[in-house]
Design a protein around this ligand. Structure first.
Ligand code: HEC
Ligand code: HEC
Length: 345
């Protein structure tokens, strides 16, 4: 996908260069609709890393663990309590609440297989490494590693599921932290958004989205410059920016890079797939609707040294704002019925 993005920029650059070299007096023509659509074609397969390859048994085990509240200290919070498939794998709350009240909004897990570094500030290096964080965090699921392993070991259905997911010598310990991490990560990589009207449109069905949404798509890639950051099959380039909304003490990625001026108040660019189903928005859940999001970008937010140079007041008219919202809604497909797995007991 990165390669595909690179190619797109390559084409754009080549067009600019050729135009500049051969006809210095004419401006390069703006990209065609087909060229604008190209970067958003979805990937054909999910990338599974070589050190945690896919298997159906691992996915099934990971799915059970993801939905099982027995993993929390209080036995009543599961990963799915906050990453709920019916709410676009988020929770519909402003700020996450598990065993205690947290200070961040729950991000969606859609297309998480492609996210290179995880968490709003990018502090986690892989899906495997983020699995135990919520399990042990006191405000989240508040459990301990020995307790988790002992509870799972006491349930024959889990003993069998771990045996199937991690074949090996019978004497090997199967219910271990690395195996729990691998199973959960394998399941998470399978979480993708349903096909949306937008996908049908770029596949050639001209009637799949409205004229207003088509205008919105052009604005998204042009005047509103959303695609400067929300580009690619998941509508994100996975970079970090201060878009001018975080408060004074809310420094995001700045905590990891105290001297990086542009990383103060910076947060990860989230996917926009299925975005209509997971209000409220942003790392702090501060914007209640898509209309509020567009209004915020239209003002340019807080003008300060850390604010991304790509963010500026947009001067959008009321009609343009409406077209953008209409377009964003075309990224949300029909809800796909999701079967909660039967939990071993
Ligand atoms: C109480 C609510 C809650 C529960 C329960 C919870 N999470 Fe999360 N999850 C969050 C919040 C909030 C964040 C953002 C954390 C951050 O940015 O540091 C997050 C972030 C993540 C991310 C990073 C996503 C990204 O794109 O950066 C992954 C992956 C994840 N959680 C998986 C899990 C798994 C697996 C479980 C169960 C073991 C789980 N979560 C349980 C609230 C929750
Ligand atoms: C400079 C890069 C950049 C540009 C340009 C940009 N965004 Fe964003 N977008 C971000 C970042 C970073 C976040 C997360 C910010 C946060 O949580 O504080 C975000 C978050 C969002 C969200 C919230 C998604 C969620 O799940 O919470 C929406 C919706 C959104 N942007 C839409 C847009 C639209 C529409 C435009 C154009 C008007 C746009 N963005 C332009 C970087 C950008």
């Amino acid at each position: 996908m990165i390669r595909r993005l690179g190619r797109w920029f390559g084409i754009a650059a080549a067009v600019l260069l050729c135009a500049a070299a051969s006809t210095p007096t004419t401006t390069p023509s703006s990209p065609t609709l087909a060229e604008l659509m190209e970067p958003y074609q979805r990937a054909e397969s999910i990338p599974f890393p070589p050190d945690d390859p896919y298997s159906e048994a691992k996915e099934q085990l990971g799915r059970m663990l993801f939905f099982d509240p027995i993993l929390s200290g209080t036995r009543n919070v599961s990963c799915a309590s906050c990453h709920n498939p019916g709410l676009s794998w988020a929770d519909g709350r402003k700020l996450a609440a598990g065993v205690g009240q947290m200070e961040l909004h729950t991000p969606t897990l859609i297309d998480v297989a492609w996210v290179p570094v995880l968490g709003w500030d990018g502090k986690y290096r892989s899906l495997e490494s983020v699995a135990f964080g919520p399990l042990l965090a006191p405000l989240n699921m508040n459990n301990t590693e020995p307790e988790i392993i002992s509870r799972l070991t006491g349930i024959p259905g889990y003993v069998q599921a771990f045996d199937q997911a991690f074949p090996g010598a019978e004497t090997d310990a199967k219910i271990t932290r690395p195996n729990i991490e691998q199973a959960i990560a394998t399941f998470e990589r399978t979480i993708q958004a349903a096909r949306a009207p937008f996908d049908r449109w770029i596949a050639g069905d001209d009637t799949a989205i409205s004229e207003s949404a088509k205008r919105g798509f052009v604005l998204f890639n042009g005047k509103a410059s959303c695609a400067d950051c929300h580009q690619g099959p998941s509508f994100t380039d996975f970079s970090f920016h201060d878009i001018g909304i975080a408060g004074e003490d809310d420094i995001g990625r700045g905590r990891l890079f105290p001297t990086g001026l542009k990383l103060q108040h910076a947060f990860k660019v989230p996917t926009l797939r299925d975005v209509a189903r997971r209000a409220p928005y942003m790392h702090d859940g501060s914007l209640p609707t898509l209309e509020a999001v567009i209004d915020e970008y239209n003002t340019g937010g807080i003008d300060r040294p850390s604010r991304s140079s790509l963010i500026h007041p947009l001067g959008l008219s009321a009609d343009e704002k409406r077209d953008l919202v209409t377009f964003l809604k075309t990224l949300t497909g029909d809800p796909t019925p999701f079967e909660v797995p039967t939990l071993p007991r």
